[in-house]
Design a protein around this ligand. Structure first.
Ligand code: CDP
Ligand code: MG
Length: 702
C-alpha cells in the first residue's frame, strides 16, 4: 500500500473537497504529517477544480515547495514541471501544462503584482499559515481585502477564486474570524505520547554555538547506544553547525562496538543525514527513505523539519533549543540573522515530531530554568520583528497606500512601518507624497534588496552592468567559501586570502566578483571550485541567478526609459561608486583604532569581521561600505570595501533628513500639501546644514 493510502486526511476527502468548492475561504488544520500539503491539492485536482484555473499552494520555505512538488508529481505519476510543478525565487519548474503549482509565498506575492485578481488560479492554498511568515501574512490581508469585497458584489453566488488557509494547529479561530468567520475543518489526528526531559547543558546565560553543537552530538549518541530502535531527529540552527555536528557524529559513531556498546542488539549501525535549506535536492530525497534494516537513521536538521517536512519513523528528538531568525535589530537599525531561543510552543511542536507512529521521547539539552526564563510562550510573527521595506513597496505598487490601516492579522509595530517608509524614501523608491517613483517600480522588478538593485541600475546606466550582475548574484547565494573547520582550515584560509589579493585586495565585493569570473572562465568550473575551497553548488546557482537578473534587466531596458550616464575614471572606482549608490545606508567611518562608527544616525560602534580581506588593515581605512552585519558581543561588518567620502557626500544627508519628514502621515495617506511645502523648505535647509556639518567633520579629521 502506498504511503498516502493510510494518512489521516484520506477519510475526509469528500467533505474537504465539498467544503473547498462551497466556500470562498476555508481554514484547514491538523497535526503535522496528516497529509494536508501533499494530499489536499490532489483531491482538488481529482475533483476537476483545475479546469477553472491553477491550484496553487504556497510555502514559506523554498525547500518545502520543491520537495513536496517532487513527491506529489511522483504520487500522481506525472513528470515534475508538467502537470505538477514548483516555482521559487530564481528557479521556475512549471510549464503551460502546470495545474498544480507549489510555490513560495514570495512568488505568489509577485504574481499578485502583475495580476491582482490572480485570474489564472481557481484555488490558492496558503500553507503553513501558523509559521506566520511575512509574505503569507501579507497575502492573507490582500486576499481578504479583495475577496471579501468581491464576494459582497457578486449576487449569483458563483465563486471564481477560493482560498484555503492551512495551519498545523493553533490560532484557527483567529484565522477564521479574520476571514469573515469562515468554516474551519480539523483533521482529527492520531498522536502518541511524547515524554520530554530537560538537560543541564544550556542555562540562561549560555548561547555559545559550539557548546550546544557538542551537547546535541553527545545526547544523540547516548540515545543511539541506550534506546531501543527508532530514528533520531536533531534540531540545530543552520548549515555550518549541521555539517559540523554530522562530522562529529560520523567520527564518534565509528568507534562504537555494536557487540557490546548498544542496549538494543537489533541496532547495528547509524545513518547520519543533514537537512537544511540550501542542500541539493537529490540528497534531500534520501531523508524520506526508510533506512536499511538494523540501521538507525539520525537526521540533523534546521527548523524545516518542525512542520514543513515530515520524516516518518522518528522516535527520538534531540532539541538544541535554538533557531536562526531574521530580526530587526534596533541597536544597529538593520535586519540581522540571529540565533535565538525557540518559543515554548515551538519546542512542543519539535517534541511532537517523535510521536507520529508510536510513543516517543524528546531530549532537550537546555534546563528547565532556560525554558522558564529564556523562552517566550509563542513565536513572534515575522511581521512584528523584521524589516517591512519590500512589503511596503509591494503594497504601494498594488495601490494600497494606507499601510497603517491595511488588514493585518497581527498589526506590525508602527515603528517598523515608518522605518520601511524611511528606507524607501532614502532609496528614492517613493516620493515625499508616498507615491512609488519610476525607480521604485524598477526596484520592484528585481527580486533583490532595494539597495543592491539601485547599485545595479546605476551600473546599467554607466553601461557596466557586467560587473554588478555577477556581484548581485553572488550576494544572493549563501556560503561561497568552504570552511572545513578541520586541519584543512589553514589551507582553505590561505587560498581565500590569495584570491582576495589577486582580485586587487582590500575589497570583499571585488573578491566575490573575481571568484565568479575566474570560475566561469575556467575549463572545469567544478574542479576549479574544489581546488579553491569554493562551494560549487553555490557558484552554479550564482551563474543561473546572474542569467536571470540579466534577462530582467534586458527586458526593462527595452521598454522603460533607461537613464544613461557617462563616467571617466578607473574601473575599480566605477565599481565602488556604483556600490555607494545602493549601500549609502551602510556607510561606516573609522573613529579610533579598529573601531568604526556607522553613519545612519545610530552611530553604532562596529568592527571589521575577521573573514574580511580588510581585517587587520583597518589603520589604512577611513570610510567603508558594507553588505551586512553580524551581531555577537560585538557588531561586525561583513563584505566590506573602502570608499571615498566624496562618493557618498551627496547621499548621506538623506539619511538624516527624513526624521522631520512626515512619515506617519504618509503612512496613513494624510498628506497636507501646504504643510508639505513648509516642511520641504525647512528640510532643504536642514539638508544643507547637515551636509555642511559632515563636510566640516571630514575636513577636520582628514
Ligand atoms: O502537510 P502535512 O504536515 O499535514 O502532511 P504532508 O506534508 O502532506 O505529509 C504527508 C506524508 O507524506 C508524511 O508521512 C510525509 O512523511 C510524507 N512525505 C514524504 O514521504 N516525502 C515528501 N517529500 C513529503 C511528504
Ligand atoms: Mg504541510
Amino acid at each position: 500500500m502506498e504511503g498516502s493510502q493510510c494518512l489521516p486526511i484520506l477519510q475526509h476527502k469528500a467533505t474537504l473537497t465539498k467544503l473547498v468548492k462551497d466556500n470562498v475561504f476555508l481554514v484547514v488544520t491538523g497535526e503535522t504529517g496528516s497529509g494536508k500539503t501533499t494530499q489536499l491539492p490532489q483531491y482538488l485536482y481529482e475533483a476537476g477544480l483545475w479546469k477553472g484555473g491553477i491550484i496553487g499552494i504556497t510555502q514559506p520555505r523554498r525547500v518545502a515547495a520543491i520537495t513536496v512538488a517532487q513527491r506529489v508529481s511522483q504520487e500522481m505519476h506525472f513528470t515534475l514541471g508538467k502537470e505538477v510543478g514548483y516555482q521559487v525565487r530564481f528557479d521556475d519548474c512549471t510549464s503551460q501544462a502546470t495545474v498544480v503549482k507549489y510555490m513560495t509565498d514570495g512568488c505568489l506575492l509577485r504574481e499578485i503584482l502583475a495580476d491582482p485578481g490572480l485570474s489564472q488560479y481557481s484555488v490558492v492554498i496558503l500553507d503553513e499559515a501558523h509559521e506566520r511568515s511575512l509574505n503569507t501574512d501579507i497575502l492573507l490581508g490582500l486576499l481578504k481585502k479583495t475577496l471579501l469585497q468581491a464576494d459582497k458584489g457578486s449576487k449569483d453566488g458563483s465563486v471564481r477564486l477560493r482560498v484555503v488557509v492551512m495551519s498545523a494547529t493553533l490560532e484557527t479561530d483567529k484565522l477564521s474570524t479574520f476571514l469573515g468567520h469562515c468554516p474551519v475543518f480539523t483533521i482529527p489526528g492520531r498522536t502518541f505520547p511524547v515524554t520530554s526531559r530537560f538537560g543541564n547543558a544550556i542555562g540562561p546565560k549560555e548561547v555559545d554555538s559550539s557548546r550546544y553543537v557538542n551537547e546535541v552530538v553527545r545526547v544523540a549518541l547516548e540515545v543511539h547506544v541506550s534506546e531501543v530502535a527508532g530514528d533520531i531527529l536533531v534540531f540545530l540552527t543552520g548549515q555550518s553547525e549541521i555539517e559540523k555536528a554530522c562530522d562529529m557524529l560520523y567520527e564518534k559513531a565509528e568507534s562504537i562496538d555494536y557487540r557490546y556498546d548498544v542496549q538494543d542488539q537489533t541496532v547495528e549501525g547509524l545513518l547520519i543525514l543533514p537537512l537544511y535549506g540550501s542542500m541539493p535536492t537529490d540528497q534531500q530525497r534520501q531523508i524520506f527513505q526508510a533506512p536499511p534494516s538494523g540501521i538507525r537513521k539520525c537526521v540533523v536538521a534546521t527548523n524545516i523539519a518542525a512542520t514543513s517536512l515530515t520524516i516518518n519513523g522518528i522516535k527520538y528528538i534531540v532539541d538544541s533549543g535554538f533557531v536562526k531568525q531574521l530580526n530587526h535589530n534596533s541597536r544597529v537599525g538593520m535586519d540581522i540573522l540571529e540565533v535565538v531561543p525557540i518559543s515554548k510552543s515551538e519546542a512542543q511542536q519539535r517534541a511532537g515530531r517523535a510521536g507520529r507512529t508510536s510513543a516517543g521521547k524528546c531530549f532537550r539539552i537546555y534546563s528547565n530554568e532556560f525554558w522558564e526564563k529564556c523562552m517566550l510562550d509563542y513565536t513572534v510573527p515575522e511581521i512584528q520583528r523584521a524589516s517591512l521595506t519590500s512589503v511596503v513597496l509591494t503594497l504601494k505598487c498594488l495601490g494600497v497606500h494606507d499601510v497603517i490601516r491595511f488588514p493585518y492579522l497581527d498589526h506590525p509595530e508602527e515603528r517598523l512601518l515608518l522605518e520601511a517608509l524611511k528606507q524607501l524614501y532614502q532609496f528614492d523608491a517613493i516620493d515625499r507624497r508616498g507615491q512609488v517613483t519610476q525607480l521604485g517600480r524598477l526596484i520592484m522588478e528585481f527580486p533583490l534588496h532595494p539597495g543592491l538593485t539601485r547599485a545595479l541600475l546605476k551600473a546599467a546606466a554607466y553601461g557596466c552592468e557586467d560587473i554588478l550582475l555577477p556581484l548581485a548574484a553572488m550576494l544572493s547565494v549563501e556560503n561561497i567559501f568552504i570552511r572545513p573547520g578541520t586541519a584543512k582550515q589553514k589551507e582553505a584560509d590561505k587560498k581565500q586570502r590569495n584570491m582576495a589579493a589577486q582580485s586587487g585586495g582590500m575589497n570583499d565585493f571585488a573578491t566575490l566578483l573575481s571568484v565568479f569570473q575566474w570560475c566561469k572562465a575556467s575549463d572545469s568550473p567544478s574542479a576549479w571550485c574544489k581546488e579553491n575551497w569554493i562551494h560549487w553548488r553555490a557558484l552554479k546557482s550564482a551563474f543561473s541567478i546572474e542569467t536571470q537578473l540579466r534577462e530582467i534587466l534586458l527586458r526593462l531596458q527595452q521598454v522603460k526609459d533607461f537613464p544613461v550616464e557617462t563616467f571617466a575614471g578607473n574601473k575599480s572606482e566605477l565599481f565602488r561608486r556604483c556600490l555607494c549608490t545602493g549601500y549609502f545606508t551602510n556607510v561606516a567611518r573609522r573613529s579610533i583604532g579598529k573601531i568604526f562608527s556607522t553613519m545612519d544616525g545610530h552611530g553604532t560602534a562596529v568592527h571589521v569581521h575577521p573573514s574580511s580581506s580588510l581585517f587587520d588593515q583597518e589603520a589604512e581605512l577611513d570610510w567603508v561600505i558594507f553588505h551586512d552585519m553580524m551581531v555577537t558581543s560585538r557588531v561586525y561588518l561583513r563584505t566590506v570595501c573602502p570608499i571615498r567620502y566624496d562618493w557618498v557626500k551627496d547621499l548621506l544627508p538623506k539619511l538624516h533628513e527624513v526624521d522631520a519628514y512626515e512619515l506617519s502621515n504618509i503612512a496613513r495617506e494624510e498628506v497636507n500639501e501646504e504643510e508639505l511645502a513648509k516642511l520641504e523648505s525647512k528640510e532643504a535647509k536642514r539638508q544643507k546644514d547637515t551636509a555642511k556639518k559632515l563636510e566640516k567633520r571630514n575636513d577636520e579629521t582628514s
